[in-house]
Design a protein around this ligand. Structure first.
Ligand code: NAP
Length: 260
């Protein structure tokens, strides 16, 4: 099992689901972790759990869509801890956006958290990482970016933007000691994953279903490697090819198996 002793890691979306699992597992593996999310009560519970494994760990209540506060929170981690080695950007929201019916503001709200939150975090930590000659950023995308599903235009757009942004930055920084990854977690029964099923999304096919533990292990064993994409499941990687070469079959399957 890979250890992170001595590393300082920030995890957003740390109050729930995949972000919480990664924050706790990073602390278990020796990192000093700062967990970021908005719900104070959940952050207080998390802080106690983090400190049981890694005494210097803490939590900060912050909305990643508020770029100024988020930048300030990251700068504070860097100055108080002396460095910031790892940023895991898991914070996101998912709301149904049907066309017609959705308003442009519904798209803006989703983009503000899911995309501009990721952009703000990456831009804030890269200068310090470059100055130190090392750093790892893991930005969370979704298979929705590869196979957008009915009712998910805002979420899929935000995740496609995260993928393009992260890939471009990854190749730009690869030779300068900073690794940027884009994670595709498949489908995981977190509150977000389960809410999608409750809203009527069919349970995704078995090959794309994963657990929180599997995703945390994937990230913690592979981050820092030359791979840009971290894929929990290989099946959705085929979606763009299927769309190009078998459009009818593709449309049928994506309508049936819309994925979170
Ligand atoms: N579960 C899946 O099947 C699946 C599949 C593909 C991709 N993903 C991605 O995996 C990541 C984690 O999702 P999850 O499934 O673990 O969902 P989750 O359990 O709903 O967790 C989402 C987290 O994001 C935080 N968050 C939301 N808006 C925020 C904001 N404005 N500022 C700061 N934190 C915010 C939430 O905390 P607060 O509400 O306390 O702020 C929560 O901790 C997301 O990026 C999601 O898109 C999940």
């Amino acid at each position: 099992m890979r250890r992170y002793d001595g590393d300082v890691a920030v995890v957003t979306g740390a109050s729930s689901g995949l972000g919480r699992r990664l924050a706790v597992d990073l602390a278990r593996r020796g990192a000093t972790v700062v967990g970021i999310a908005r719900r104070q009560q959940l952050l207080d519970q998390l802080a106690a759990e983090l400190r049981a494994h890694s005494p210097e760990s803490s939590t900060v209540a912050c909305d990643v869509a508020d770029a100024d506060s988020y930048r300030a929170a990251l700068a504070d981690v860097e100055s108080s801890r002396g460095k910031l080695d790892i940023l895991v950007a898991a914070a996101a929201v998912e709301a149904e956006t049907r066309v017609p019916g959705a308003d442009v503001d519904d798209f803006r709200k989703t983009m503000d958290v899911n995309f501009f939150g990721v952009v703000a975090g990456t831009l804030a930590v890269v200068p310090g990482m470059l100055a130190r000659g090392s750093g790892v950023i893991v930005n969370f995308s979704s298979d929705s970016a590869r196979a957008p599903a009915p009712g998910g235009a805002a979420y899929a757009s935000s995740k496609a933007a995260v993928s393009a942004f992260s890939e471009a930055v990854a190749v730009e920084l690869a030779d300068r000691g900073v690794r940027v990854h884009v994670l595709y977690p498949g489908w995981v029964p977190t509150p977000m994953g389960l809410q999608a099923v409750e809203r009527g999304m069919p349970l995704p096919p078995r090959p794309v279903r994963r657990t929180e533990d599997q995703i945390a292990d994937l990230v913690l064993e592979r981050m820092g490697s030359p791979a840009i994409e971290l894929n929990a499941s290989r099946l959705p990687v085929m979606a763009p090819l299927a769309r190009a070469f078998f459009p009818k079959a593709y449309r049928k399957s994506v309508t049936k198996n819309s994925n979170s």
